[in-house]
Write a protein that binds this ligand. Sequence first.
Ligand code: AMP
Length: 479
Amino acid sequence: MCGIVGIVDVGGASFPLYYALFALQHRGQESAGITTYDGEGLRKHKAQGLVAEVFDESVLRELEGTVGIGHVRYPTTGAKIPENIQPFNVTYRDRKIAIAHNGNLVNAAELREHYAQRGQIFCTTTDTEVIANIIADELRKSSDITDAVLLCMKRLRGSYSVVMLVDNAVYAFRDPLGIRPLCIGETDRGYIVASESVAIDALNGRFLRDVRPGELVCLTGSGIRCMQIAVANHRAHCIFEYIYFARADSVLDGRLVYEVRRNIGRYLYEEQPVPADIVSPVPDSGIAHAIGYAEGSGIPYREGLMKNRYMGRTFIMPTQEARENAVRMKLNPVRGHIAEKSVVLIDDSIVRGTTSRRIINIVKEAGAAAVHMRIGSPPIRSPCYLGVDMPTQEELIASGRECDAVRESIGATSLHHVSLENLIRAIGMDEADLCTGCITGCYPMAIRKEKCAERVVDFVAGSYQSHLATFEKETSQDS
Ligand code: AMP
């Protein structure tokens, strides 16, 4: 989980990058960074904290240049150390390169070992640096970026949406299975490539299309070029992006996330209706699902919990007791809506179960007669290796437990998860084009000793330059 953006803007890239990262803040709150190219060299600023904490106006004015990339980080691999904050900048011969990545490589350790043996030096513990090293290594053999990206992609296994600044151009590429999102937009003064369409909206831009799985795009002041580098027999878009991770107002691979969540809510009602007085979301992650449930059931939608949106990570909680009570600082019950009522309480997912247990407790203490918990994902029983921070199998409350045992553990009157079948229906894609690893334990590529339904990937051969088509040509063919 991370958010990435690359921008070309004739008026200067730093402020648009800042606005775009702000729109992607939900994808990572640990740190933020921007690198621009000022015509001679790279300028960078990165630090721990939220986007609005890391940058101020004077910092953004220092980040001169009409091209740049940015990143918000939520660590899945690599320690929380300053060296791991992205983008990473490297100079290779006379080329200035910066790189930022969203995803997780499953063969990062092997690759790191291989390149370390050959004498390459690693300064961080992230797999993003592995990608940067492979690109630099390939550029040693050929100065062509498309060759370097192709050869790099052939070595990578896992999920990766990458933005890369090479002198005055922004390159972006997406893994052949399209696991993490990436899309392209146009603004009045240039172009943007970003993890989610909300970043394009933040610049008042026009959404053009998603970066295709296995595609490389190049943004410069004179336009967009694109090239299909790899094609897989099936995709593997992450279902958890739709369930929880992406913003509800984003459109991912052609689906409005809000709509998917509302559909899930309707299915939750159809699958297991229950007589109740109100339908209430766990804010904010359960709101769209709860609206769908209320629409499907006709049961009134009422907010039973109000969220204090100003409680950031820096809120002082010196003791364990204070941390355990943090949920009370964040969520306060609306007693008048809940007391003596039978409540259908809706959240997107249960991972460890800690949040649900605490929230159900708050609702019960506010006098609810019954708490019927409804969850917008099937039980999560397996860890994610492909970029979502999901704990080990042992920490997942649904792992090795039946639904009723989970219900008892979290203290709900009843508990129901949406079925995988209806979740897939709500997303509206073929199951073979989705990664359902966290639910089924079957992954779209070979990972350790896990089960897999491996996708077959073909790489485009021959002279890559000849495959470059102008973006305009491609979109007119599409339409
Ligand atoms: P818990 O069951 O206590 O682990 O918390 C699950 C809740 O946290 C869900 O309802 C989501 O809203 C949210 N959530 C789900 N997955 C993640 C994640 N990987 N990182 C942070 N929050 C998450």
